[in-house]
Structure formats: structure tokens, C-alpha cells
Design a protein around this ligand. Structure first.
Ligand code: ADP
Length: 400
């Protein structure tokens, strides 16, 4: 069965068509500038990338273009839409309602709408994609896979904030965590790679990309993760501040004459390594080049980033009373050997020694700690689309 995986944002949409049996990607691409002008990038497996500029007034038109590209007699990979057995949708926030993936019934769609308050930028965009797909493929089963679901096993002491309890009762203000599909996929791959039982392993997953988060996974369950009610909490990220003293908000608002929206904009878009490097870049490649050229702000930005990662690893070793494996994943985690090396310099107390040759490798699952290290350090490339396709397939088969 082929599964169409859709990740729908407010003005863009990423897709992959995956053969669930072989797990091969048959075609992939993205629609950009939806509602502005419109651009489709489409690439069949083994083929050239095609770029088509065409009007995309809304998501329905964008998805229609994707389906037409998949069926195109020359470069398409299917003959008819009957060859799409199900659609898996990435949904950002499932609140406390959704602790696992679900078939998207009308009732579930209503439930996702109710969670929109918690992710006002993301859930409405995800819902637009779901509605458009349902209209274009009314008899194809649809599944929602939530970024928050994997973290729903966190215990109360990890998910409650030190705030009046009534805010949790009335408004569900608590820590949820994000990147759950990646943390779930990578932690399972760690167990498989090491030939260990997932249900009997303590793993820390470092998902370091533009947005970054860590998770502590003990015996197959997420015990803690660094993002919170929103993806702003935790690590220092590309442009997000991560943890700060909340009193800074009032202080900066007064000094810079900003309202709440203005301060939030600074914390989400102008902070992180971007802000620390004096607006040089949020991209670690740029920061490293600048550092080599003697830019001390870029160097400090990287140091602050690395230190925060190391500090969270220490916290999660404590939360799990030990750790068997630490995995690096996502854009920075998979590609940046300097960040991995610098993080591991803090971890000597865990009996970790880095293998410098292995650490230079990219694009494959590999152990980068020496064989005598007490904790295995690994690079595990994440694959959220494949994880969504697997979840979708499993649910659709269960329904049959
Ligand atoms: P997201 O999915 O959160 O947008 P990614 O996981 O794709 O982000 O990560 C993107 C980031 O990965 C880039 O901003 C850049 O900092 C980093 N990155 C990508 N390739 C490299 C590389 N070769 N070396 C260092 N950093 C890299």
C-alpha cells in the first residue's frame, strides 16, 4: 500500500509518497507560497527535480497539483488515486486528548480544532490540509500523527509547571513537548542499532535542528522533554531563546517599549544563536565559518548552544537515574561534527570517549563513541515521514 504523507503549514506543504511495504519513497516535494502566488517542487525517486510556478490560491489547489503531479503520465509514479491507500497527516498539537495517532473521523477533527488554542500558528494550518485532502479523496482513510503524542507518558512531576494548579485545570497549561515523532523514531532506532530491548533501555535523544529539543526515554516511554506548552521552552535554538527568567519579559518590554506580542516576537524570531551572534545567522554552517574568521559573537553563540545541550543531558541522566545511549539527530545533530564533539567534551563523567573518525561520518546510523565507552553515543538520522507512514499503515490495517 502507498501512503501519502502530508505536512501542512500556513503557506507551505511538504509531501512524500511512500510504499509502506518496501518503505521506499516513490516521490516527494513541496508546495510553497500558497495563497501568495504558488510554486510546486516535485521529484520522483531517481528522477530530476521539477519546479512549476502556478497559481495556488488555497491548500485545496495545492494538494490537487500534488495529486496531478503524482499521476502525471511522464513523471508521475501512480496511474490513479486508487493507488494511494491512505494519507498520514502531521498534526502539531494533540493536547492531552491524543496520546497516539488516530484515524481522522469528524469527531477527531473537532478535537484537533479544540487543541488549536494551544498551537494557534500550526493546528489551523494542519486542519486546512486535512479538510482539503478529505474533499479531494473522500473515500481514502486519513490518519493524524501528533508531534506531542509521544510525550504524553511524561509523569506529572515532569509536565507540571510551578504555577497555580488551577491554570492546569482550567486552561491545560502544562508541558507537552514537540518533535515527538522524531524522538519516538530515533529512540526505537537506537535500541534496534544496539540490538537491545527498547523496553529496557535509557536513551537521551538530542534533536538539534532549527528548532531543537531533547528527550529522556526510559523503557520505551518518554519521561521528560525540553519543550513545553509551546516549542519556545528548553534549549537555545536557531532563533528561539529557550529557557529564560520569565521576569526578563517585563524588563525588556519596559526598556524597549514593547507589548506582549513584541516581546514574544523577540523570543521566537530574534533570539537563540541568531540573536547571540548579533543577527549574523541561525545556520550553524554560517556561525562556524564566522567563528573561524575570528567572530567572537558567533563563537559565543555556539558555546551557549552547546552548554545548554550538555546541561539538559545532565538533567536527564538524573531524571532516569542513568543513561545507556545518547543519540544525535536532525540538521545540526546529524551534520555538525563540531557540535557533537563539543557536547561530548562535557560528558567525560559518564565514561564517554568520542571516536573522532566515526564522528566525522554523515548520513548513516553510526556509533561515534569508542567501544570501551560506558555510554553509547550515536548519530541516528531522523525520518519523520517514514515514521508517519508506519503509524498510518498500522492504524489502517487495524481498522480493516
Ligand atoms: P528544521 O526541521 O527544524 O527546520 P533541520 O533539522 O532541517 O531544521 O535543521 C536545519 C539546520 O541544520 C540548519 O539551520 C543548520 O543550522 C543545520 N545544518 C544543516 N546542515 C549542516 C551542516 N552540514 N553543518 C552544520 N549544520 C548544518
Amino acid at each position: 500500500m502507498n501512503i501519502l504523507v502530508i505536512n501542512c503549514g500556513s503557506s507551505s506543504l511538504k509531501f512524500q509518497l511512500i510504499n509502506a511495504g518496501t518503505e521506499d519513497v516513490l516521490a516527494k516535494g513541496l508546495c510553497e507560497r500558497i495563497g501568495i502566488d504558488g510554486r510546486l517542487v516535485y521529484q520522483p525517486a531517481g528522477g530530476e527535480k521539477e519546479v512549476t510556478e502556478a497559481a495556488m490560491p488555497g491548500h485545496k489547489e495545492a494538494i490537487q497539483m500534488v495529486l496531478d503531479a503524482l499521476k502525471n503520465p511522464n513523471t508521475g509514479v501512480i496511474k490513479s488515486l486508487d493507488e494511494v491507500g491512505a494519507v498520514g497527516h502531521r498534526v502539531v498539537h494533540g493536547g492531552e486528548k491524543f496520546a497516539s495517532s488516530v484515524i481522522l473521523t469528524d469527531e477527531v477533527v473537532k478535537g484537533i480544532e479544540e487543541c488549536s488554542e494551544l498551537a494557534p500558528l500550526h493546528n489551523p494550518a494542519n486542519l486546512i490540509g486535512i479538510t482539503a485532502c478529505k474533499e479531494l479523496m473522500p473515500s481514502t482513510p486519513m490518519v493524524g500523527v501528533f508531534d506531542t503524542a509521544f510525550h504524553q507518558t511524561m509523569p506529572e512531576e515532569a509536565y507540571l509547571y510551578g504555577l497555580p494548579y488551577e491554570y492546569y485545570e482550567k486552561y491545560k497549561v502544562r508541558r507537552y513537548g514537540f518533535h515527538g515523532t522524531s524522538h519516538s523514531y530515533v529512540s526505537k532506532r537506537v535500541a534496534a542499532f544496539l540490538g537491545k530491548d527498547y523496553e529496557n533501555l535509557k536513551t537521551i535523544v538530542c534533536h538539534l535542528g532549527n528548532g531543537s529539543s531533547l528527550s529522556a526515554v526510559k523503557n520505551g516511554k518518554c519521561m521528560d522533554t525540553s519543550m513545553g506548552l509551546t516549542p519556545l521552552e528548553g534549549l537555545v535554538m536557531g532563533t528561539r531563546s529557550g529557557d529564560i527568567d520569565p521576569a526578563i519579559m517585563e524588563f525588556i518590554a519596559k526598556k524597549e517599549n514593547l507589548d506582549i506580542a513584541g516581546v514574544m516576537n523577540v523570543l521566537n524570531k530574534k533570539s537563540g544563536v541568531f540573536g547571540l551572534s548579533k543577527d549574523l545567522s541561525s545556520d550553524f554552517r554560517d556561525l562556524e565559518t564566522a567563528q573561524e574568521e575570528g567572530n567572537t559573537f558567533a563563537a559565543n553563540a555556539r558555546k551557549v548552544f552547546v552548554y545548554r545541550v550538555a546541561k539538559y543531558i545532565g538533567a536527564y541522566v538524573a531524571a532516569m537515574n542513568g543513561v545507556d545511549a545518547i543519540a544525535f539527530t536532525a540538521g545540526v545533530g546529524e551534520n555538525d561534527h563540531l557540535v557533537r564533539e563539543e557536547v561530548c567534551k562535557y560528558l567525560g563523567y559518564l565514561g564517554i570517549t568520542l571516536d573522532p573518525e566515526a564522528n566525522k561520518k554523515r548520513g548513516q546510523e553510526i556509533r561515534i563513541s569508542t567501544p570501551d565507552s560506558k555510554v553509547a553515543v550515536l548519530i541516528i538520522p531522523t525520518n519523520e515521514e517514514l515514521a508517519i507512514a508506519r503509524e498510518t499503515m498500522a492504524l489502517v490495517q487495524k481498522e480493516k
